[in-house]
Design a protein around this ligand. Structure first.
Ligand SMILES: [Zn+2]
Length: 225
């Protein structure tokens, strides 16, 4: 059997994403400190892909976009990557402030959805109002904000068993566009007592499951039917 050229070998390698729990204030702090982070100490000796001791090694990082909105900033951030020697597959550690395959940070998305709730509670068109309220350079459309609402409510419903004790959103999947925002708002109020910040819930989910509360990682995608 002929040996596949490197480009085809590369294509077959699946990069599995895991969340990287950290104490940085935001992705920019993470980005600044990246070179001094000891990822091997974070991961431990055991390879997360095959379970063998001393199997994986850190390889060159890749870069992806990150966008915050409060204030608006767009830049690339490095993502640590590793190779499992046994399987030949790679895995990476995505800081938990980011969502797989989404450029906007969780804080940016949640902050915008809370603005939607604010405008809706004033009887205005929430998605439109929230997108107009952002820095014009952001180019965030009402449609994009609506997709974020679906992304967040989907994650909250999926993660509810882990986050339980908070607001029951199990019926929210049937919610209309405006009540969907209300369900998200009430859930966030319940999950987060003071700062209305969802990140502690995201970390809780990450600790319990080693997965992402919001979005679908490459590992989840490959497991999907
Ligand atoms: Zn391995």
């Amino acid at each position: 059997m002929p040996i596949a050229p490197p480009s085809q070998i590369q294509h077959r390698i699946t990069n599995i994403q895991y969340p990287f729990d950290n104490t940085f204030d935001d992705v920019w702090e993470y980005e600044k400190s990246f070179s001094s982070i000891n990822f091997e100490s974070y991961l431990g000796d055991q390879c997360p892909l095959c379970g063998r001791s001393g199997c994986y090694k850190q390889i060159s990082e890749y870069y992806r976009n990150a966008i915050t909105l409060f204030p608006h900033k767009k830049d690339v951030v490095p993502v640590a990557r590793f190779l499992c020697h046994k399987s030949g597959r790679t895995f990476s550690l995505l800081p938990y402030q980011l969502i797989p395959y989404h450029q906007y940070t969780i804080d940016a998305i949640i902050g915008t959805l809370l603005a939607v709730y604010h405008f809706q509670s004033l009887g205005q068109q929430g998605y439109h109002g929230a997108s107009l309220d952002l820095d014009p350079d952001c180019l965030v459309t009402p449609y994009l904000v609506h997709t974020w609402a679906i992304l967040i409510i989907t994650g909250l419903i999926r993660g509810h068993a882990v986050l339980q004790g908070a607001y029951p959103v199990s019926s929210a999947d049937k919610a209309t566009s405006s009540t969907m925002i209300r369900a998200i708002y009430l859930y966030l109020e319940a999950v987060v007592s003071q700062r209305r910040c969802v990140l502690p819930a995201v970390r809780r989910f990450c600790h319990r499951t080693n997965g992402f509360l919001f979005g679908v990682s490459s590992g989840d995608r490959s497991r999907a039917p």
